[in-house]
Design a protein around this ligand. Structure first.
Ligand SMILES: [Zn+2]
Length: 332
């Protein structure tokens, strides 16, 4: 058993309280590779932002759970080396689906876990979340639970249809589960294909898809029921069209990839939404830079040559999100 406190990590409690009060949101970036980790830490240090580094079940399968934990510990030391005396870095399990997985992460130094029982019947979702909360709180680890179902595909999480969170359930759910934050469904969606063309309208000038707006009425009702309670948005990549265009220009094939417009995320960040999850945008930024580099430099084969611009492109995207969308810069 190792406590996250020994690793220099923090839980989400204090940073969420400040974010809700201050009308901004904490970035939650998924990471699987060293380059993503470096880009996240550089972006957070340069903007003086707290940051949540998330590990999904897919990331654990890809990179190995132990390696990811040591990378998060390395992230803290790296942030200090870059000149940040007191980095606020959370190591969070994204979409934990069993008590055992959450316990395993808590025991190996995670400071926050998500237990996603959103596909279970209501009472079972509460019971599972409560079991995780009871264990996590013994070690001062914070717990995110989910109510409502997001559509889309991301790693092992997938659902064909979305079910909006029912505002009438949130008080009972949060009180009985004891969760520290609540992921809700108001029309965001996992992956780079958040909406089908049939769900969107098309911009007559550009031919690009315009997605349906988020259900802000539901968000506001939830805020009224749970004043000040930290709310989380999953599936909140904006799927930047310039990255999609670069990928398509250099041999990729991502027709009609579409995300959540940044103005809507900015509006959500000003409310009780205090954690916004971004994963696909990092994947797109990395892939776009690598495709462009290899197309323009067909004789190069040293991974450092193409991973360097990939890392730079991800860092640029992370900084843009922190400063222009979430507003978490200068909040350390
Ligand atoms: Zn998610």
């Amino acid at each position: 058993m190792v406590s996250y406190k020994e690793l220099g990590l923090v839980n989400t409690r204090e940073m969420f309280a400040k974010a809700v009060k201050g009308g901004y949101a904490i970035p939650a970036f998924n990471f699987n590779t060293m380059e993503q980790m470096q880009a996240i830490v550089q972006a957070a240090v340069e903007t003086k932002s707290p940051v949540i580094m998330q590990v999904s079940k897919g990331a654990r399968n890809y990179a190995n759970a132990t390696i990811l934990r040591y990378m998060a510990q390395g992230a803290v030391e790296y942030a200090k080396e870059l000149g940040c005396a007191n980095p606020q870095i959370v190591l969070h399990l994204d979409h934990g689906d069993t008590f055992e997985l959450c316990k395993d992460c808590i025991d190996m130094g995670f400071s926050s876990v998500m237990i996603d029982g959103s596909s279970l019947p209501y009472e079972e979702n509460i019971a599972l979340a409560k079991k995780v909360v009871d264990y996590a709180h013994k070690y001062d680890v914070t717990v995110e639970a989910e109510l409502g179902v997001l559509a889309g595909v991301e790693d092992e999480v997938s659902s064909a249809v979305s079910h909006y969170t029912k505002p009438e359930e949130v008080i009972d759910f949060s009180q009985r589960s004891g969760c520290d934050s609540l992921a809700i469904s108001i029309g965001t969606s996992h992956g780079a294909y958040k909406f089908t063309p049939a769900q969107c309208t098309r911009d007559p000038k550009t031919g690009k898809l315009v997605p349906p707006p988020l259900a802000f009425n539901i968000l506001h009702e939830i805020e009224k029921k749970l004043p000040g309670f930290p709310i989380v948005l999953h599936g909140s990549s904006s799927v930047p069209q310039e990255e999609v265009d670069t990928i398509n220009k250099y041999g990729g094939k991502l027709p009609d990839a579409v995300g959540i417009p940044e103005e809507q995320l900015r509006e959500a960040a000003k409310s009780a939404v205090c954690k916004i999850n971004i994963d696909s945008d990092s994947r797109l930024a990395m892939t776009a830079a690598i495709r462009k580099y290899l197309a323009e430099n067909p004789s190069h084969f040293d991974p450092r040559q193409y991973l360097k611009p990939a890392r730079e492109n991800m860092k640029k995207m992370y900084i843009h999100k922190i400063v222009n969308v979430l507003g978490s810069n200068n909040k350390l």
